[in-house]
Design a protein around this ligand. Structure first.
Ligand code: IPD
Ligand code: CA
Ligand code: CA
Length: 278
């Protein structure tokens, strides 16, 4: 049986070291190295360097594990078939690391304070541990499944009992123009029904903000598994629901998180707007 606490400890030490490297090497104006899905979906040399460092440290400590990273894709592990969650031939657990080396690259580019190193650990297909290191703020959010969500030694609890009309709701936008048009349409129906909207620029930070009660809810269309693998567990361990629309699990179609009660209210506002379009 893989030791979840030991996996978290390793994830935290790697996220800490990666954050230190990024702070030390970040130039005043990082350069865009390439663009991905659209001209505004950028990657810097340090996104790649950070992922390489994370991969190297995982390989050193646990060479048998699989790794899925935003910049480097999927590297299968040696202990079982990738993604199937089956134990390997020796009965060992199949462990996969899910990495977003910098979540909030546009913030990183502009010197805005919310970007994070996100590392989650899956064992036999289930996320069991996660760390989100908000590097500029020096905050390390952690969770182990069943063990609560934590920041600086304090157990996190999401806000409860907040009605939709008083909810501060975080959201984000994809990089494609057509998707953004739909997201703006949906948002126009959300804004009049909530306290206000926040767009921090990092899905991982948004979900940690739900966990810490800094916002009441979060929803977004088009995020990827590495954006929320760690932070979704952190939000859930802080008492929030973390799921998709209509009983589906969180997915690139939609991710939604809030305390029970508010989750359903926001869900019921969003569902008829068909936010999975575009
Ligand atoms: C992005 C951030 C952003 C969200 C985008 C993500 P990246 O990740 O999480 O908040 O709105 O959907 O792609 O590109 O900075 O790693
Ligand atoms: Ca991301
Ligand atoms: Ca990223």
């Amino acid at each position: 049986m893989a030791d979840r606490d030991a996996l978290l400890e390793l994830a935290v030490s790697i996220a800490r070291e990666t954050g230190e490297m990024l702070l030390a090497k970040r130039p005043a104006r990082p350069e865009v190295l390439a663009t991905k899905s659209s001209p505004t979906d950028v990657v810097t040399a340090l996104d790649r360097a950070a992922e390489e460092l994370i991969r190297a440290r995982i390989r050193q400590a646990r060479p048998q594990d699989a790794i899925l990273g935003e910049e480097g894709g999927e590297t299968p592990g040696l202990s079982g078939p990738s993604g199937e969650g089956a134990p390997g031939p020796s009965g060992a657990n199949h462990v996969k690391w899910v990495v977003d080396p910098i979540d909030g690259t546009v913030n990183f580019l502009y010197g805005l304070p919310d970007w994070a190193v996100s590392i989650a650990v899956e064992v036999d297909g289930e996320i069991v541990a996660g760390v989100v290191h908000n590097v500029p703020r020096g905050e390390i959010f952690t969770a182990v499944r069943g063990g609560g969500a934590w920041l600086a030694g304090e157990r996190l609890r999401c806000n409860t009992g907040v009605p939709l009309a008083r909810a501060l709701v975080a959201t984000g936008f994809g990089y494609g123009a057509e998707r953004r048009r739909v997201q703006a349409e949906v948002l126009a129906q959300v804004v009049p029904n909530v306290r206000d909207i926040r767009r921090a620029g990092s899905c991982a930070v948004d979900l940690c903000s739900v966990a810490a009660g800094r916002v009441d809810a979060y929803y977004e269309r088009g995020t990827n598994y590495w954006d929320w693998a760690a932070a979704g567990l952190i939000a859930a361990e802080a008492g929030a629901r973390f799921a998709g629309l209509n009983g589906k699990p969180a997915s690139p179609e939609l991710t939604l998180s809030a305390a029970p009660g508010l989750f359903e209210e926001l869900h019921d506002l969003l569902a008829p707007l068909d936010p999975e379009r575009g």
